[in-house]
Design a protein around this ligand. Structure first.
Ligand SMILES: Cc1cc2nc3c(=O)[nH]c(=O)nc-3n(C[C@H](O)[C@H](O)[C@H](O)COP(=O)(O)OP(=O)(O)OC[C@H]3O[C@@H](n4cnc5c(N)ncnc54)[C@H](O)[C@@H]3O)c2cc1C
Length: 455
């Protein structure tokens, strides 16, 4: 039994970039807004998950957020001048593909401080944020086409949250799944010619962790002196000595379609500067030998977490013991959750496809003016396209809006460019706008006529 304890005009489930912007914007438009977030701060993958990549503002709340982070002094920028030998270094997550010596700048924000800024911004806007509360289910109305209540697990026990409009900002379409609206699982079609030992296809998820106290110059000196850019010799030696668990460093799987050759596999150290000199975020990719269902199978979720912790521990010990420049390094932070790069994909009123992007299709209900994005699918070509409001609407449920990584997009479209932090913030803002407009007009989001682009 759940007791009715909470009520709002707009209930946002999940406080990642999308949920944060949705709640902030709906509240600023005058709607009483409640945000449910299972961790202790907003920001999702980018704070609790330690991702932390900062970039130029793309408009709206994203730009405001970047300005607030800068004001709070939590943005850290490196460039070719401050980090020579980083461009073209194959251990670099982002700059590894650049030509050695090329100019670059990379900014990141301190995830913990950024979370504090975001908490404050929600408070200033009057959003009621329930941290440490998990959304677990929904109660539909009698007709089954509208959510009456969201069921939460909070410190007070099981509680019902009644709202006029709900926004799914869970990052993995959790509300869609619980409401029985249609979706497809992540992973896309099985790539031809790739064997998974008979197991279901892998999920490209990862846990990020931060290592401080790294002397990069010593590492680079070793790479050059020993002609060992990928640390292959050190890894081989440590593996032969039994110092590395099988499966920590794995070759990349090629021919995996939209996942490119970047997301499945972990052949060597994968790092990016963050927070301060000598501090790096490291990627620990989910073991691909298992067909993990991290977003809906408790045992898989636990197995992935335990395996990733073991990998982090083993990698940190290997680095300190065997890799020059890491002797005094230490684990400063481990992400609070395993990020699933390609979770459930709702089948909404319109499923935005790769074809829509490549053919640069135009829509009468476009939420954005034509925007140009780079797709790595086809050799980093740019495409200019629009996104329709119908991709924010799940099928069957009238009072639910989609946002962020939970939009109605085909897996290859969302995977390539449409799941990034700026875009997720923008789509959250659009969902918040749609919710507030629907309330003002007294119509369900599904009946809202979208007349002009928001961005
Ligand atoms: C490992 C990894 C690396 C990435 N690297 C980059 C990158 O370099 N650059 C980039 O731009 N993007 C990157 N992305 C993509 C980007 O981070 C995500 O697509 C984006 O964060 C999605 O935003 P979101 O708000 O939809 O969901 P999320 O960021 O996933 O946030 C969802 C929020 O909902 C909360 N939540 C989920 N379920 C519940 C529940 N049941 N009850 C309560 N709260 C719940 C979660 O705690 C979380 O805070 C990366 C993603 C991953 C996983």
């Amino acid at each position: 039994m759940s007791s009715l304890a909470l009520e709002a005009d707009v209930a946002v489930i999940g406080g990642g970039p999308a949920g944060f912007a949705a709640a902030l914007h709906a509240a600023r438009m005058g709607a009483s807004t409640l945000l449910v977030e299972k961790y202790d701060m907003p920001g999702g993958v980018h704070t609790c998950g330690l991702q932390g990549a900062a970039g130029p503002g793309v408009g709206g709340i994203h730009t405001e957020l970047m300005e607030r982070f800068a004001e709070a002094g939590c943005i850290y920028t490196v460039s070719g001048k401050t980090l020579p030998d980083w461009a073209g270094n194959p251990l670099s997550h982002y700059e590894g593909r650049l030509r050695p010596g090329s100019a670059f700048t990379r900014s990141s924000f301190n995830p913990e401080q950024a979370g504090c800024v975001m908490v404050k911004m929600l408070e200033e806007a009057g959003v009621q944020a329930l941290y440490g509360a998990s959304f677990v289910d929904v109660a539909l109305n009698r007709a089954g086409n509208s959510i009456g209540e969201a069921i939460l697990e909070t410190a007070s026990g099981r509680q019902a949250l009644r709202a006029k409009i709900f926004i799914d900002a869970s990052g993995t379409a959790e509300v869609v799944a619980r409401a029985g609206a249609p979706f497809v699982r992540g992973g896309g079609p099985q790539p031809a010619g790739v064997q998974w030992d008979g197991m279901p296809r892998p999920v490209p998820g990862a846990m990020l962790w931060i290592m401080s106290g790294v002397e990069l110059a010593q590492l680079v000196d070793y790479q050059k002196r020993e002609d060992d850019p990928l640390l292959t010799a050190l890894i081989a030696r440590a593996t032969a000595a039994g110092d590395l668990p099988a499966g920590l460093y794995r070759p990349r799987l090629t021919g995996t379609g939209v996942y490119g050759n970047a997301y499945i596999g972990h052949p060597t150290l994968d790092m990016s500067p963050i927070q301060a000199p000598g501090t790096f975020v490291l990627w620990q990719n989910v073991p691909y030998e298992w067909g993990l269902h991290m977003d809906d199978d408790a045992r898989d979720a636990a197995r992935a977490r335990a395996a990733l912790r073991q990998f982090i521990d083993a990698e940190a010990r290997f680095l300190r013991k065997c890799v020059p420049g890491f002797e005094k390094a230490f684990i400063a932070n481990v992400g609070r959750y395993v990020g699933v790069r390609d979770g459930r994909h709702p089948l909404g009123e319109y499923v935005f496809s790769l074809d829509d992007a490549l053919r640069e299709r135009r829509f009468p209900d476009a939420v954005t003016r034509p925007m140009t994005k780079t797709f790595f699918w086809d050799a980093y070509r740019q495409h200019t396209f629009e996104v329709p409001y119908r991709s924010f609407l799940p099928r069957h449920i009238d009072n639910l809006l989609l946002s962020g990584a939970s939009l109605s997009f085909s897996y290859e479209t969302i995977f390539m460019v449409m799941r990034n932090f700026p875009w997720c913030t923008q789509t959250g803002e659009i969902a918040g706008h749609a919710a507030a407009l629907s309330l003002r007009q007294g119509v369900a989001p599904k009946r809202l006529e979208w007349k002009e682009p928001y961005f």
